[in-house]
Design a protein around this ligand. Sequence first.
Ligand SMILES: Cc1ncc(COP(=O)(O)O)c(C=O)c1O
Length: 375
Amino acid sequence: MLKVTQQPDVISFGGGLPAPELFPTHEIAQATKRVMDEYGASALQYSVTEGIPQMRAWVAQRLGPRFCRTIAADDVLIVNGSQQGLDFLGKIFIDPGDHVVLESPSYLGAIQAFDAYEARYLTVETDEDGIIPESLERVLDRADPFPKFLYLVPNFQNPTGRTLAANRRERVVRICERYDLPVIEDDPYCELRFEGEALPPLSSFQTTGTVIYLGTGSKIVAPGMRVAWLVIPNADVREKIVLAKQGADLHSGTITQYVFHEYVCSPAFEEHVQEIISTYRHRRDVMYEALREHAPPSVSFNRPHGGMFLWVRAAGADTAELLKVSTKERVVFVPGESFYPARDVHDGMRLNFSNSSEEKIRIGIERLCKAIEEA
Ligand SMILES: Cc1ncc(COP(=O)(O)O)c(C=O)c1O
């Protein structure tokens, strides 16, 4: 796909990239200069595995109101992208053949991370409101061996853009607490909400320290900085993650943590997040309206309230085959089967709207709908 997207005139809804024209390059340059002037050598030195104290404190402070409780900075660990967090969680929890519970479909990068530790998957049914609690209970009742954790993306999920409904969140946590099943709440898109009220994270409902939270700077600052965080209330789990990180890379880059912290503490940061939200909201609207105008009746699609992806179903189609036709029409997307661990559902498509201009989105959707008709 990368080869195809490098060709001129190919429109890609395939990647999951933020809009590069919005990256705060000038502000990051200024923040870097300030860090060098103020902290100099300490920003270039080795630092502690858990992350520099000011980054951990910033995360605790920013998430506190969302979690509806005070978060101890000691519960926060800084990692090299949340993808590294997923790898470490796989490393400490999964032995070959262990079960992991996923929503269906699920984030491909998590499946890849857990595959490396030879996980097997149990999938929970989902609808427009995210995972269905009754289905989760059924899966846990029957599971043998009992799974190591539930992994889910509650807000504007990758790939579907769906959000776990408010009235399901507490229920999911209570079920997992009853079964003593750890939950990995991967939440990279929570700040990219275009409309409606922010929903409390699963972490805010926990009473037994069973939820491990993952957040990242990739979607609100820049993915190239690889600054992300875990909030782990359970001290044993935290200690094991720290050991995994020590073995992997000692610590995340000191200078990037300093610069990230310097930038997010400047007034420019909040304005920047608002600019991302407003740009992506327009792009979502343009994609949704273009689909309404051009999609044949066999095609259904959602209108996510945030994030970077829209999910399309083409009834009866095999979208991996459709991709071959759409490539000839010079538009690409990710076929949905990649997001199902058993690769047994073929009619889905993930469309990214954050990384294309409004004009490209209009042209790309017209081309895609033509390809669907042809196929
Ligand atoms: C659900 C989800 N988790 C994790 C990641 C990885 O993010 P990071 O850049 O922090 O490694 C992504 C990236 O697209 C994602 O969509």
